[in-house]
Ligand binder design. Structure first.
Ligand SMILES: [Mn+2]
Length: 339
């Protein structure tokens, strides 16, 4: 049983390294901090590795709640390594090699299975879960440890954030939320932390540079079609996930946004429900783009990310716009849709 396996791994002797995906979002941060609180209760020496730091929303949550995190400094070699909210090695950045060298490799995640799933010696992997935080709550409750109330609030914010305010909830999402409330989580505080800064509640982005990025992505996009689906590909310097979501709201079924970064460019993928019903899933597209352009990709059915070798973004967009529609048409045919 997955939970039993993970509990045994966590209680083995020795130091532990907790690591999240790059630029940790609220779910990744909350998962790591919840695991940390459990290890602390068990009296285990440990630290958290955040590859490339944490997101702006995550930093704000830590500051607002006044949570001190034991961030790794110096050597991160540990006999036990726990990856949370990540499915591929590239998501772990510089912590990937130390993770691989650990004897006990634990994975707690809700992405579609990637490379880390086969590397793990113990794992809880539930792609249907709305968040990783809700899975970690289950671990804590099995360990009979409870975090302090502000950590419970962070956990609840992680769930609210990744479930898109319960739009993607499964029963576990609610039962874990309930447990966090029993542990003293403040729902209103969690909700405020999970809302993007200045969001109006009507789905409008507030930040000037974010709105500019979205509008630029829209003005540069290439539009293709396959299988009665509208496919859009564009590039932008930042806010790529937000831009991809916005193109779906405009009417696209598939939105692929390239953001040039060193050493890997990021490619954010979002697909509509219509696309998913035709077998065209975001994680599959991200894997395809990574295999074609050299890199790693994966994620969820509706939202995914690829990290690929850096090249001029226009070239990457061109290549994707040329090859992806045919690939989608074939996929769609295999899945029984129109070609
Ligand atoms: Mn997540």
């Amino acid at each position: 049983m997955a939970y039993q396996e993970v509990l045994e791994a966590l209680t083995k002797p020795g130091r532990a390294l907790i690591v999240t995906h790059r630029n940790a979002d609220l779910d990744a941060l909350a998962s790591a901090v919840l695991v940390s609180s459990a290890l602390q209760a068990l009296g285990k020496d440990h630290c958290i590795g955040f590859p490339e730091g944490v997101s702006r929303i995550s930093r704000n949550a830590l500051e607002t709640l006044g949570i001190e995190v034991s961030v790794c400094t110096g050597s991160v070699e540990a006999p036990i390594a726990i990856a949370v909210d990540a499915s591929n090695g590239v998501m772990l950045g510089s912590y990937y090699e130390p993770y691989k060298r650990s004897a006990e490799r634990v994975l707690i995640d809700h992405h579609e299975p990637g490379e880390l799933a086969s590397l793990a010696t113990a794992k809880i992997l539930e792609p249907e879960a709305a968040s990783t935080s809700e899975l970690v709550v289950e671990v804590l409750s099995n360990l009979k440890t409870r975090p302090e109330p502000k950590v419970a609030t962070l956990g609840l914010a992680g769930i609210i954030y990744d479930s898109r305010r319960y739009a993607h909830a499964i029963p576990r999402t609610f039962s874990s939320s309930m447990k966090l409330l029993e542990w003293g989580a403040d729902y209103q505080a969690a909700l405020a932390l999970a809302l993007p800064r200045g969001e109006t509640g009507r789905g409008e982005a507030h930040d000037f540079s974010e709105r500019m990025a979205i509008v630029k992505a829209a003005s540069r996009m290439k539009v293709e079609r396959a299988c009665s689906l509208i496919i859009t590909v564009s590039h932008i310097g930042s806010f790529e996930s937000s831009a991809a979501r916005s193109l779906l709201r405009l009417g696209a079924d598939v939105a692929v946004i390239v953001a040039p970064r060193e050493p890997h460019s990021r490619v954010s993928v979002r697909v509509s429900k219509r696309a998913m019903e035709k077998g065209v899933e975001a994680s599959w597209i991200a894997e395809y783009i990574a295999s074609r352009l050299g890199g790693q990709g994966g994620g969820h059915k509706a939202a995914a990310m690829a990290h690929i070798a850096s090249r001029p973004p226009e070239d990457i967009v061109e290549e994707i716009a040329r090859s992806l529609p045919g690939k989608i048409a074939r996929r769609c045919k295999e899945a029984g849709g129109e070609g």
